[in-house]
Design a binder for this molecule. Structure first.
Ligand code: G3P
Ligand code: CA
Length: 289
């Protein structure tokens, strides 16, 4: 038989098989490698959650960057992981009488004075805690994509609405960004639900590993279920993929924080959709993302 005829009849058979045996709703079935997401920026190589960490991810050719958003005493959204400034800045030296150096107790102007780079290495001395506006502008500048985590939302009433407003003002809620360049996630299901209710077009993620029996409830407001890699199994990833999220697509799984090739290959074998990593080059090399 002519090769083209063989291909045509094979395709017809496969088409028939697909109709007879529809595959479950799995995002991971697309055959592509998982997305590689730079955790707090490329934070193994530059101080976490700084513009330098975004730049480093861009330099490595990494499209997706994760960050953490909190709020200052005077209402500015800033990008920092801990609820205290102590670990990643020189707040203890600059403001010795302000223990325990909580982000929420400092003004934006005070935080802007802090060195958020020297703790990591002298090459980064003078790096600042970025505002969310500065951060998204830098991500945009590099044509990157953002996995934005609302951190400790219980400390910052209304932070979901405020974050969405800033994203909107900065052009991050237009159709191209909503389609493929933004996910908002949190460990707080209430926060994720609030984001979904305020702006249903925004793709959302829940950080954690809900029981399979609870996944249907999460699927009402979260497009992603994003667990620690230690809690993952092939069965769990398949169970998540079997649900459809609020936008009618299979729920996705982005797992964290994976910094070695063997673990990256293990979770890729489970069919995860994304791997969140401090070493995006290592993970990309391991899984071809
Ligand atoms: O995005 C996943 C990861 O960031 C969650 O943990 O503590 O690094 O914010 P954490
Ligand atoms: Ca985070």
């Amino acid at each position: 038989m002519h090769a083209r005829a063989v291909a045509a009849s094979t395709a017809a058979l496969l088409g028939t098989a697909a109709l007879l045996f529809p595959s479950p709703a799995r995002a991971g079935d697309h055959g592509a490698s998982p997305l590689v997401i730079a955790h707090r920026g490329a934070s193994a190589y530059a101080p976490e959650n700084t513009l330098a960490a975004v730049d480093k991810a861009a330099e490595l050719g990494i499209a997706w960057v994760e960050n953490d958003v909190q709020r200052t005493r005077d209402g500015e959204l800033v990008v920092v992981h801990d609820d205290s400034l102590r670990r990643t800045t020189d707040a203890e030296e600059v403001f010795p009488d302000r223990a325990p150096w909580k982000v929420k107790d400092f003004t934006a102007a005070e935080i802007a004075r802090l060195d958020a780079g020297s703790w990591f290495g002298p090459a980064y001395a003078g790096a600042r805690v970025p505002t969310l506006r500065q951060f998204v502008d830098r991500v945009e500048h590099h044509h990157q994509k953002l996995l934005l985590e609302i951190k400790n939302p219980q400390l910052y009433p209304g932070i979901e609405r405020q974050t969405l407003k800033l994203l909107s003002n900065e052009g991050w809620l237009d159709a191209p960004h909503l389609a493929d360049r933004l996910v908002v996630q949190s460990f707080s299901p209430d926060s994720v639900r609030t984001v979904h209710e305020l702006r249903p077009g925004v793709k959302t993620g829940f950080l954690g590993t809900p029981g399979v029996a609870d996944l249907a409830a999460y699927a009402a407001f979260a497009d992603q279920i994003n667990p620690s890699h230690g809690s993952l199994s092939l069965g769990y990833v398949s169970a998540v993929h079997a649900f459809r999220g609020p936008h009618g697509r299979p729920l996705e799984v982005c797992t964290w924080t994976v910094d070695d090739a063997a673990t990256a290959q293990r979770v890729a074998g489970y069919g995860v959709d994304g791997i969140i990593t401090n070493k995006p080059d290592v993970v990309r090399d391991a899984v071809g993302g």
